[in-house]
Design a protein around this ligand. Structure first.
Ligand code: UD1
Ligand code: UDP
Length: 366
């Protein structure tokens, strides 16, 4: 059996690493399951791609479609054309897509259209309800043509049931991003900037922002940063800047003595800093899950989330995107009133082997 594994953007790399490891283990144990790793090239900077392969021990991709950046349609089209060509030359038996980025949607469409190749969606069923986010469109389209859904929560299962997906297609397995988190935790690495900026445990704030709704309008971005920096009671704010955000930041002045703008960090350094931070303020999806598992208070600058369990069970709270909501949230944090949270069901570090066992059963390999 040949399984294609698709990865294109930073969070994908973290989600596929344990799946590859589980397939390799199954193969070693005698199972007839081979994989082909396809990197679409959606993310390409070393700091957004290559560093994750190195740190997480992901093997070099068998194919890189090298699509690069572009508008939503350009990127979707280029990925579909590149992947279709590969499938026409050598088809696979199953295409595994993860998450909700454009590569996820484009490859699932290409696989289905080439020869009704079976598609498995890892992290299927999650919904924010916000159709202005490109990711929500990616989720809806991907799930409309997915055969097997590997889900992270009961909420996701219910979302799928509501759109008529059969029980036999839904596999509640947990979260592969958290498999990587648990596996790598002993290797988390203190970055050099710890000493350079004089950081100490729980005496700094981690920040990331990259959603178009927060960063593409420079006035909005400036307001958000100003409010965060002034609400943090002088604690250092460490802000590894996503390339999308970096482009906008070049055009605005954001100096403040406690604000440290830095390049995107490696996985091991970034999560060392999250684990030891007083809190995280972000608009990322994956980081809300990691903060939940590491029990670090998390403030999310979004009106909705497709990961409600990070709020109902975990340490996350949605602040919305109005800068005025930031100061009261920091007050609550500094007053010691932030919830402690718990870990969502099946986020136990063993999700990828469950996925591979289910695939083996579906395809009659076990
Ligand atoms: C994408 C995903 C988003 C995910 C994020 C993770 C979609 C629609 N969005 O957003 O869900 O949260 O990745 O980080 O798939 N760029 C570089 N170097 C790179 C990659 C991007 O400079 O290696 C710059 C380019 O200017 C590019 C911009 O970032 O135009 C946006 O990249 P893109 O992949 O389109 O979307 P992200 O904002 O990264
Ligand atoms: N991450 C990282 N370095 C950084 C910022 C994020 O290693 O400087 C990791 C983070 O730990 C998480 C993933 O990247 O595993 C989240 O990616 P991102 O926020 O870009 O995407 P999203 O989850 O919002 O789709």
């Amino acid at each position: 059996m040949l399984v294609d594994i698709i990865a294109g953007a930073r969070p994908n790399f973290i989600k596929i690493a344990p799946i590859i490891e589980a397939i390799e283990a199954a193969k070693k144990a005698g199972m007839d399951m081979n994989y082909r790793l396809v990197h679409t090239g959606q993310h390409y900077d070393k700091k957004m791609s290559g560093d994750f392969f190195e740190q997480l021990g992901i093997p070099a991709p068998h194919h890189n479609l090298e699509v690069g950046s572009g508008t939503q349609a350009e990127q979707t089209g280029k990925i579909m054309m590149g992947y279709e060509k590969l499938l026409l030359e050598t088809p696979c038996d199953l295409c595994i897509v993860v998450g909700d980025v454009t590569s996820t949607m484009a490859c699932s469409i290409a696989a289905k259209k080439v020869n009704n190749i079976k598609v498995a969606h890892v992290e299927g069923g999650i919904r924010s309800g916000d159709w202005t986010m490109p990711e929500e469109i990616n989720r809806i389209v991907t799930d409309a043509i997915t055969d097997y859904f590997f889900t992270t929560s009961e909420v996701a299962n219910n979302n799928l049931r509501k759109i008529g997906i059969k029980e036999s297609q839904i596999f509640f397995v947990g979260n592969t991003m958290i498999d990587t988190l648990y596996k790598q935790m002993p290797r988390f690495a203190k970055p050099e900037l710890w000493d350079k900026f004089g950081l100490s445990d729980k005496r700094y704030i981690m920040m990331t922002l990259h959603r178009p709704a927060n960063v593409d309008d420079k006035e909005k971005l400036k307001e958000l940063i100003t409010e965060i920096v002034s609400s943090s009671q002088g604690l250092p704010v460490i802000f590894p800047v996503h390339p999308r955000t970096a482009k906008i930041l070049e055009t605005i002045a954001t100096e403040a003595s406690n604000l440290h703008l830095i390049d995107p960090l490696g996985y091991l350094e970034f999560n060392y800093l999250v684990k030891n931070a007083k809190a995280v303020i972000t608009d990322s999806g994956g980081i809300t899950e990691e903060a939940t598992v590491m029990r670090v208070p998390c403030m999310t600058l979004r009106d909705s989330t497709e990961r409600p369990e990070t709020c109902t069970v975990g340490t996350n709270e949605l602040l919305g995107t109005n800068p005025k909501s930031i100061a009261p949230a920091f007050e609550k944090l500094f007053n010691g009133q932030w919830k402690k949270g718990a870990i969502p069901e099946l986020w136990d570090g063993k999700t990828a082997p469950r996925i591979v066992n289910n695939i083996a059963a579906i395809f009659g390999l076990s």
